[in-house]
Design a protein around this ligand. Structure first.
Ligand code: NAD
Length: 261
């Protein structure tokens, strides 16, 4: 399939899953607007590498997704420097773990601002132009934690359940406007977000990251392997295809069987 001529904006695409999605969409022919934090030289190298490999245009905007005014400014800048996005992937996300009674208020606010409100403000910013074009794809990166819970992840689980709820609302509102809205629900993907949890767990149990990794995956997933950012990217490309044009409002699991149990 070809996404030639389409522009995809992927939030949080300087690392992990977002970068995998941006690469996959570029490989399918889409121009890409990257977003996320990181060292400027590294981001410039990623832009150059994707552009050279796939012959597409690659922009970058460093908007902080927890700040609605920065999302609005990114949309305006994108429309000027490139054009309005045809594909919008709400992927930026953060994590913090603690029991409910110990969970710091500022961590709750931060996770809700990025993982939940960031998705709302992202959809709000992109929907008008997609409606005007009569075509659009919104893909929200939720999680297995949007469907089931784990201990010590109160803000993350609340945010990801909320992302699936707002995906359904937007899908219904846009059902006959050529715009689909879906949520991808990954299980474990070995990215910096998960590496940090593995390091904390190894330190807590006086163990090693290598030892903890298999236990970490298999205590949640029947399938004892990580999903890769490339595989999540493949699902995102499929959701942009004509074959997926009547899939909307769906939470799509890609999780090694996690929520089948
Ligand atoms: P990651 O830490 O590798 O990447 C997160 C990206 O988001 C980075 O580019 C970072 O710069 C960006 N980011 C963070 N805060 C931001 C902000 N305020 N504004 C703009 N960008 C910001 O993490 P990842 O594992 O690739 O996670 C990506 C998404 O996938 C998240 O929404 C996460 O919840 C979800 N997810 C991850 C897993 C997993 O196992 N890794 C599983 C399910 C869902």
């Amino acid at each position: 399939m070809s996404l030639n001529g389409k522009l995809a904006l992927v939030t949080g695409s300087t690392s992990g899953i977002g970068l995998g999605i941006a690469r996959a969409l570029a490989a399918a022919g889409a121009d890409v607007m990257l977003n996320g934090f990181g060292e400027q030289a590294r981001i410039a190298a990623i832009r150059a590498e994707i552009a050279a490999t796939h012959g597409v245009e690659v922009g970058y905007n460093g908007a902080d997704i927890s700040k609605p005014e920065q999302i609005a400014a990114m949309v305006a800048e994108c429309a000027t420097s490139m054009r309005s996005p045809d594909i919008w992937v709400n992927n930026a996300g953060i994590q913090f773990t603690a029991n409910v009674e110990d969970f710091p208020d500022e961590r709750w606010d931060q996770i809700i601002a990025v993982n939940l409100s960031g998705v709302f403000f992202g959809m709000k910013a992109t929907i008008p132009a997609m409606k005007a074009k009569g075509w659009g794809r919104i893909i929200n990166i939720a999680s297995a934690h949007g469907l089931v819970a784990s201990a010590q992840k109160v803000a993350y689980v609340a945010a990801k359940h909320g992302v699936i709820g707002m995906t359904k609302v937007a899908a219904i509102e846009l059902a006959n406007q050529g715009v689909t809205v879906n949520a991808i629900c990954p299980g474990w993907v070995l990215t910096p977000l998960v590496e940090k949890q593995l390091q904390e767990r190894a330190a807590r149990d006086a163990s090693s990251v290598a030892k903890e990794t298999l236990a970490f995956v298999t205590e949640k997933q029947p399938m004892a392997q990580f999903t890769t950012p490339e595989q999540i990217g493949g699902l995102a490309v499929f959701l942009c295809s004509d074959a997926a044009s009547t899939i909307t409002g769906a939470p799509l699991s890609i999780d090694g069987g996690w929520v089948a149990q």
